[in-house]
Design a protein around this ligand. Structure first.
Ligand SMILES: *Cc1c(COP(=O)(O)O)cnc(C)c1O
Length: 434
């Protein structure tokens, strides 16, 4: 049997994979394939575990912010918002989506390393909770735009804290090679804070950092909290400004395969909270509000993608290609960076995974693969293949390459299903063609 880790997934009495008590074979029949399936129950469970960790370890002084780039649509914004999370956006399009979902500007945080003038204006007009300023030129530009509009933009500064973490490893360095943020070690971040006080159009309220993605350990977050608090303290001591919050970013890991092993999410908050309490006492600071920005970990394990198996091409001594009716246009992550996934034949989920397959998409690219040399149950044409942990960075990264249609997305909860994003039609493809 294939290792199944997400609590919303089970193998039912028919030996089929089920998600939130919906049989995936029934879903594939009802809605067609390819199909994105998201478990609302699991999304809400994870949201609650984050919110509860703030209550338990930090007196509720702060909150998680959902990094919507992981999976952005109106229903997702409504669900996370109803669980008490704010929403982070990185483009005018994500901002527009959140606003149209009914999220108040005050609960939206605007990020990005090269926001356009139009995007900055859009964010200002809608009074977002803060604009996270990435660099000096943006600081200048925003100051000017806000002054022209006779508004004051609430801003945070994106800081490169000198900690770079990915999966199991992290480094502490003076210089991070990154296109994001203001450098801490050289004093650039402090200078930006100082300069912001000279601009009447902006009000500095917080500091932000984001140290990586798919991080499995708590130590990098603890170090990040420490160095960010030092800057927070320096701003108080030298500039006389006590800020409102520290945003420690996202990047919490999820299971893609059996190999992924990490601590439960509340352990991060526990460890970060301890170090913040300790340091604030030492420095004589009142506790700042803390934000974290999980994206992948909110939705990643809640989502699966269903496909119909097409032709099977067994090339002796080389590999077995199992073709599916999707591919890099709806999940480009393997093509982009060889991401791991667990795959299984959903209608044979109880059987041993004894067949080594390379899952191939239908795009005209040899690199259009979903996974290589992965163990699945022996496949036959017409089987339903499930790829697990596709909730994050799949739909949001989808394209119309080869004029393929983006698949529909359905939400399941307690045995019920509903469409939350309609599948595209050929007419949709021509919408903007002249
Ligand atoms: C991408 C991103 C996140 C979310 O990262 P995950 O790995 O999905 O948790 C949070 N904050 C910022 C600034 C990001 O760019």
């Amino acid at each position: 049997m294939v290792y199944i880790y997400s609590p919303c997934l089970k193998v039912n009495e028919k030996g089929h994979l089920s998600i939130s008590d919906c049989d995936t074979i029934d879903l594939a029949q009802q809605y067609g394939t390819p199909l994105y399936v998201m478990s609302e129950d699991e999304i809400r469970r994870v949201c609650r575990s984050y919110v509860e960790s703030f209550q338990e370890f930090y007196g509720g002084n702060g909150r998680p912010i959902y990094a919507s780039k992981a999976f952005c649509c109106k229903e997702m914004c409504r669900i996370v918002s109803s669980e008490g999370l704010d929403i982070e956006v990185v483009s005018g399009g994500e901002l527009y989506t959140a606003l149209k979902a009914g999220i108040s500007g005050a609960n939206i945080h605007f990020q990005g390393n090269n926001k356009s003038t139009a995007e900055l204006e859009f964010a200002l007009e809608n009074n977002v909770g803060d604009i996270v300023v990435d660099n000096f030129s943006e600081l200048e530009q925003l100051g000017k735009i806000a002054a022209e509009k006779e508004k004051v933009a609430l801003i945070s500064l994106r800081v490169k804290p000198g900690i770079d973490a990915h999966t199991h490893e992290f480094i502490r360095t003076g210089q991070i090679d990154s296109k994001f943020g203001l450098d801490l070690a050289s004093g650039e971040a402090f200078q930006a804070a100082k300069h912001s006080l000279e601009l009447p159009g902006v009000k500095l309220i917080g500091l932000h950092c984001h140290i990586g993605s798919q991080i499995m350990e708590k130590l990098p977050f603890v170090h990040a909290a420490e160095v960010m608090l030092n800057l927070y303290n320096q701003i108080k001591q030298e500039l006389g400004v006590e800020l409102d919050h520290l945003n420690l970013g996202g990047g919490f890991g999820i299971h893609y395969t059996e190999k992924d092993d990490f601590i439960p999410y509340h352990e991060y908050m526990k460890a970060v909270s301890a170090v913040i309490h300790e340091k604030c006492t030492e420095l004589g600071l009142s506790l700042p509000k803390i934000y974290i920005e999980p994206g992948r970990s909110i939705v990643g394990e809640s989502g699966i993608t269903l496909y119909t198996v097409g032709n099977i091409r067994e090339i002796l001594q080389v590999r077995n290609y199992v073709a599916i009716d999707g591919g890099m246009f709806e999940n480009p992550r393997y093509a982009l960076y060889q991401s791991d996934y667990t795959c299984l034949i959903a209608n044979k989920a109880a059987q041993p995974a004894a067949y080594t397959a390379t899952i191939a998409g239908k795009c005209c690219e040899s690199g259009d693969l979903i996974q290589e040399h992965t163990l699945i149950q022996p496949p036959e044409e017409g089987d339903i293949l499930a790829v697990l942990s596709t909730g994050a960075y799949n739909y949001s990264m989808a394209s119309n390459y080869n004029r393929n249609l983006r698949p529909p997305c359905i939400m399941v909860s307690h045995g019920q299903s509903r469409v939350i994003i309609k599948g595209e039609t050929y007419e949709d493809l021509l919408r903007n063609d002249i």
